[in-house]
Design a binder for this molecule. Sequence first.
Ligand SMILES: [Cu+2]
Length: 397
Amino acid sequence: MGFKKLINSKKVLSLFAALTLLGTNALMAQDAAAPAGTATGTTAAPESVWAGPFYYILIFLVACFCIVILGKILKVYDLSLKMQGKKGLNWNGFMGIMCLIFLIAGMYGAYWSLTVQGSMSLPVAASAHGGAIDDMFNLTTVLTLIVFVITQILLFGFAFFYRHSEKRKAYFLPHNNMIEKVWTIIPAIVLTVLVIFGFFTWQSVENSTQVKGDLNIDITGHQFAWELRYPGPDGKLGNTDYTLSTGLNILGIDYKDPNSHDDLKADTLVLPVNTSIRLNIHAQDVIHSVYMPHFRVQQNAVPGLPTFFKFIPTMTTAQMRAETDNPKFEYLLYCNKICGGAHYNMQKVVRVVTKEEYQEWIARQKPYYTGASSQPSKIAAASSAATSSSTRLASNN
Ligand SMILES: [Cu+2]
């Protein structure tokens, strides 16, 4: 559509007017919704004004419109020059310079992103295997960064240096086997190295013979909370069976198994430092994912497919607070699968303590088994089905 047609089009103009009106309304609505106590009118908190995605879309459209108008003005200027018998604007030179500006601005953007957002990345790994994961991540980042810089310079640099000129003629290159070989073999070698490195790293992390798993902890995900179960003084977790799950026995613990009688429930995942931990991972409804970024631990929790992750925490919470210079620092456990509406609720504090502190803490935890009331036969049938969901929701709060 020509520019004249575009600005004469009633449809386009009415759409633009409607968008402006909606944008102003959105702005006013956000302004009015500013929390009580803050200034009203034009002095409202700026972050609430700019929060809506709609406004960014509107700004983008206005910017596009301005670029179109600028382009058209330049085109008119170009035509007027030609009508006067002068040489028109050098569009190839203009596009070449734009490519160079884009290269410089883009490279600065990448540098800014690395320095500003890079400093927000995770602190030093707090587990024995974490260093190997970090090495893999760093190697991949460095290699891809080198390729990124070289290819961007070549792409936009060539567009600038070899822009159209009357003084030279383009060389026609239909095919070159050597170039094809170079850009096929080099990436293939680099990717093979990365894949093999990743394979061996993951194998060493998952190698269950290296980490014994002295402390067995059950973690079960359901919409939307994690349930923890620690072994009692016998060091053994009792059996579970999902068919035994009720409102009172969420985990389906088999109380006929004597090992289950001293199993303990806990709200916080407390781990003794320098102890090999075996997290037994379960899910009851949909796929969840146990994610503890500070320990470089992640494993999916799949219903019907119990699995485990063994690792050794090497820094206590107190040590990490000193390391990060943040007295409020806490290790966290997240669900890393978008598993439903209240997925964000699946977050738990993980606390790594000394072995002595752990013994003190574990002695204070209450067992799941509460005598006769825990026996499946004693649980009223009414407590299942209808009440199970409400009890479960209540337990999240
Ligand atoms: Cu989840």
